[in-house]
Write a protein that binds this ligand. Sequence first.
Ligand SMILES: Nc1ncnc2c1ncn2[C@@H]1O[C@H](COP(=O)(O)OP(=O)(O)OP(=O)(O)O)[C@@H](O)[C@H]1O
Ligand SMILES: O=P(O)(O)OC[C@H]1O[C@H](OP(=O)(O)OP(=O)(O)O)[C@H](O)[C@@H]1O
Ligand SMILES: [Mg+2]
Length: 304
Amino acid sequence: MNPVTPAPGRDRLRIAIQKSGRLAEPARALLASCGLSWRESRDRLFCYGESLPIDLLLVRDDDIPGLIADGVCDLGIVGRNVLAEQDLAGRADTDGPRFRELRPLGFGGCRLAIAVPDAWQWREPSQLAGTRIATSYPQLLSQWLQGQGIAAQVVLLSGSVEIAPRLGQADAICDLVSSGATLAANQLKPVQTLLDSEAVLAGPAVDFDDVRAELMELLLRRLDGALRIRRSKLLMFQASRELLPTLLPLLPDAEEPTVMRIDGAERLALQALCHGALTWQRLEELKRAGARGLMVLPVEGLLA
Ligand SMILES: Nc1ncnc2c1ncn2[C@@H]1O[C@H](COP(=O)(O)OP(=O)(O)OP(=O)(O)O)[C@@H](O)[C@H]1O
Ligand SMILES: O=P(O)(O)OC[C@H]1O[C@H](OP(=O)(O)OP(=O)(O)O)[C@H](O)[C@@H]1O
Ligand SMILES: [Mg+2]
């Protein structure tokens, strides 16, 4: 099958994902955890859905919004940063948003931020007036500058934005930041976040009116289950009965725990499905409140 021709009759759903890069592996793993399996084409650009009529097209992440806009693909997994930038870029042709963010997916987390040289005494955004700001995100940056009423020059660079101030091409930059290591290595500091980003499942702003609507609904249902499970853990511990009123409020994101008596004693064994992050701090808090033998287990599947 030719990967860039819409599927005949539109009886299959086609999802664009990154071929290689940060989002490639987690995107495939997430879709696989929704029960999707594929047969890969020899050129490794197209994956034919075997378990469901849902195919994958493997592309550069920057191409994903355009493929959705052109109807070549129905959905895509892409960073919110790329989607939002290209949505703004295409607004001249349409009245409202061209794309819809269907689900945030919990990976590829980063932020689009303005960074200035370490030596700057940063106080407020108005200091950017009259400066040159290098970025690969001209639309998002221009929109933010306009909202702030700041007149600055946007210098468009496709990569290696962080070295622009050292090369004298710009005074400040606007780029993706995750750990902050790249900024630090270039003697820059982040001063203003424009967008918090993560990978999202994106689709066109308009609804499908054929079998793709049902396929998308099925996929979203499975995705919601898979995402919920991904964050869920089974917490097991023991405690004496009189401590329950102290311990249970420490588990606000847990479902009603299962409570079992141990050998008729006053000690209880509890297991609770927790949907929030079970950090070391939370476990230590439970221990201080009298929980013993705390154990956290991954959840492989869940059928309510
Ligand atoms: N340092 C980072 N940490 C976490 N996520 C990031 C980071 N940098 C970028 N991302 C997210 O991952 C997405 C893909 O980044 P990647 O570096 O793989 O893209 P790319 O080099 O443009 O790949 P492609 O070859 O597909 O064009 C970004 O658009 C962003 O949403
Ligand atoms: O805050 P950090 O953890 O350092 O991450 C931020 C860097 O990561 C991304 O670049 P990437 O590593 O993908 O390099 P590239 O942009 O040159 O592809 C991004 O463009 C930043 O440069
Ligand atoms: Mg790219």
